[in-house]
Design a binder for this molecule. Structure first.
Ligand SMILES: CCCCCCCC/C=C\CCCCCCCC(=O)SCCNC(=O)CCNC(=O)[C@H](O)C(C)(C)COP(=O)(O)OP(=O)(O)OC[C@H]1O[C@@H](n2cnc3c(N)ncnc32)[C@H](O)[C@@H]1OP(=O)(O)O
Length: 217
């Protein structure tokens, strides 16, 4: 069964394009976005926990070492991007499961000089799509979140206008991945990013994507 899925995926890499929707009424959305730490004192989920496998832990240690060079910084991760005073009860999509390890287990590092955001990612069992593998929507989510955070840290608030994904090889649940994104070019309000997902040992290229973000304000 798994082999036939694998063959199917290798033969027909899917291209998903999210087509343009009518302009959102941003002025009617009463939320504030902070790229800093809006929930001081609350748990930072981008830190190792008992559900992290050795590969995720090793990659984390490697990137943490890189922060000593001053080129990389670890991005704190809370369960909301919304100011907690007005955002009580809201949850960030990727952090909306209380149990560790079952959903999106991840941590991000940012390199300002390269406009590059990497995400160390371990997809948990609640992200299942095909038996034993991550759902394409969950893969799109981690890509958009990584490249989106990269765009935000590079040039401020943005919204995703277009996301184009080639799913090349299925992603087994529980494995460790490197989601690697960078801002390729900026034209006016348009921010073009590229992203790929590879296995922790860089032997398998699972996914490639391009995203267009529009700067707000
Ligand atoms: C985002 C916040 C992140 C917070 C991060 C906090 C810190 C980091 C921590 C944790 C990381 C979390 C990261 C999460 C990331 C997730 C992001 C999302 O899920 S966003 C939700 C899904 N996206 C929508 O719902 C958009 C819906 N669409 C719209 O609202 C509008 O269409 C919008 C804002 C995208 C553009 O509308 P206009 O009215 O402001 O601008 P116009 O004039 O239409 O477009 C500007 C230019 O862009 C082109 N353009 C627009 N859409 C295009 C498209 N789809 N394809 C090609 N070009 C497009 C246009 O042709 C125009 O180009 P010309 O300047 O004339 O050259």
């Amino acid at each position: 069964m798994l082999r036939s899925y694998s063959r199917l995926f290798q033969r027909y890499p899917t291209i998903f394009t999210l087509t343009r929707l009518p302009t959102a009424r941003l002025q009617t959305c009463h939320f504030s976005i902070s790229s800093t730490c809006p929930t001081e004192g609350l748990r930072d989920f981008g830190l190792p926990n008992a559900t992290w496998g050795p590969n995720l832990r090793n990659l984390y240690d490697k990137f943490l070492d890189l922060t000593n060079t001053g080129l990389w910084r670890r991005i704190p991760s809370h369960n909301t991007t919304v100011n907690h005073l007005e955002g009580i009860g809201k949850r960030m999509f990727l952090r909306n499961i209380d149990e560790d390890g079952v959903g999106f287990e991840y941590c991000m590092f940012y390199n300002k000089a390269e406009s590059r955001m990497v995400c160390l990612f371990q997809p948990g069992p609640y992200l299942e799509g095909p038996p034993g593998y991550a759902h394409g929507g969950s893969i799109a989510t981690i890509i958009d979140s990584t490249a989106g955070a990269g765009a935000v840290y590079t040039c401020g608030s943005v919204m995703t206008a277009n996301l184009n994904i080639n799913y090349l090889k299925p992603i087994p649940l529980g494995c460790t991945l490197l989601v690697d994104s960078y801002v390729e070019k900026i034209e006016g309000r348009k921010v073009y990013s590229r992203c790929h997902i590879q296995s922790h040992d860089a032997l398998i290229l699972h996914t490639e994507a391009m995203a267009l973000y529009i700067k707000l304000g």
